[in-house]
Design a protein around this ligand. Structure first.
Ligand SMILES: Cc1cc2nc3c(=O)[nH]c(=O)nc-3n(C[C@H](O)[C@H](O)[C@H](O)COP(=O)(O)OP(=O)(O)OC[C@H]3O[C@@H](n4cnc5c(N)ncnc54)[C@H](O)[C@@H]3O)c2cc1C
Length: 284
């Protein structure tokens, strides 16, 4: 039986950050990663250049049923702390738009940075771990194809359900159920929108066109479906998630930062209102 103070399941952005910080505090840390390499989603992030933080990050930009969690987390570790880490590793960066910071070269630099922090902290990383199961609580007993482990603290950093090809699995949700941790029903966020029927045909014809728009989600309480005409009557609807960013027509629907943002606020039955001339009076 191997023992670690802290065992982390998942070697993505969250797991590696957690591992390095815990290791630097003098704890013995083991990371169990399911795929053949760590940080695969980081590699594809930001179109290969990882949008690693935002100058305007604050708790109001996070959707959570517990907003105080984001406030306390961000007050203890800010975008400036992460930027200092990036600069410590000599990674060149630039600001794109709206405070978004990207690597000049490659997302690989961010993975290398996290790996180097983990190595310096003596973290042990095991890849291609399969059939992970967790039994008793405190100390936890964890078993996988690499053997048996016990640990004082167990961190589940297996990420979300999207892109199983990158290693995503539902292990985190299964373990939450096993240990009676309350769960929010998972739903898609930061995703492009796809349509059928006439809206699909319109988007298809315009695919490749992009423009800055103002976009918002409107919901009418108690109504399953919002009629397009009711959107004009602003006092009868709740407007959430207002963004002024670029929208892109695609072969299947709508994408671009504006639509990715607003997708996180949309629920079935809500309408999405797109102002194609933000700040411009079309009549004039
Ligand atoms: C195309 C794309 C572009 C993006 N661009 C950006 C960007 O520029 N900036 C940004 O901040 N965010 C970006 N994101 C989002 C960002 O990638 C994620 O928010 C982030 O990677 C989540 O980190 P995580 O550690 O929580 O989960 P993940 O990165 O998903 O890591 C989870 C890890 O757990 C492992 N795992 C899962 N199940 C098991 C199991 N059963 N056993 C063992 N291991 C398991 C997985 O293999 C994975 O390594 C992008 C996402 C995508 C898809």
């Amino acid at each position: 039986m191997n023992h670690a103070d802290i065992l982390i399941i998942g070697g993505g952005a969250a797991g590696l950050m957690c591992a390095s910080v815990a290791g630097q505090r003098g704890r013995s840390v083991v990371v169990l990663e399911g795929s053949n390499r760590i940080g695969k989603k980081i590699l594809m992030s930001g179109g290969g250049r990882c949008n690693f933080t935002n100058l305007h990050t604050d708790a109001s930009h996070f959707l959570s049923t517990n907003p105080h969690f984001c406030k306390s987390a961000l007050s203890r570790y800010t975008q400036w702390d992460f930027l200092a880490l990036v600069e410590k590793h000599g990674i060149a960066w630039h600001e794109k738009t709206l405070g978004q910071l990207f690597c000049n070269e490659s997302s690989k630099d961010i993975v290398a940075m996290l790996l180097s922090e983990c190595n310096d902290a003596g973290v042990q990383i095991l890849t291609q771990c399969s059939d992970i199961s967790v039994s008793t609580k405190g100390p936890f007993q964890v078993e996988c194809n690499h053997g048996k482990f016990s640990c004082e603290s167990l961190v589940i950093a297996t990420g979300g359900l999207s892109i199983p090809k990158m290693g995503a699995s539902d292990l985190g949700y299964r373990l939450a159920r096993q240990f009676n941790v309350p769960l929010q029903e998972p739903r898609a966020g930061l995703v492009p929108l796809t349509f059928t029927g006439p809206t699909h045909d319109l988007c298809h014809r315009l695919s490749g066109v992009s423009t800055q728009v103002k976009v918002a989600v409107t919901a009418t309480p108690g109504k399953d479906k919002v009629a397009v005409t009711s959107i004009r009557n602003r006092d009868k609807v709740t407007v959430t998630g207002i963004f002024v960013e670029d929208m892109l027509f695609t072969h299947r629907g709508l994408s671009g930062p504006a639509m990715l943002q607003v997708s996180s606020y949309w629920n079935p039955g809500d309408a999405i209102v797109v102002d194609l001339l933000p700040g411009v009076d079309a009549g004039e």
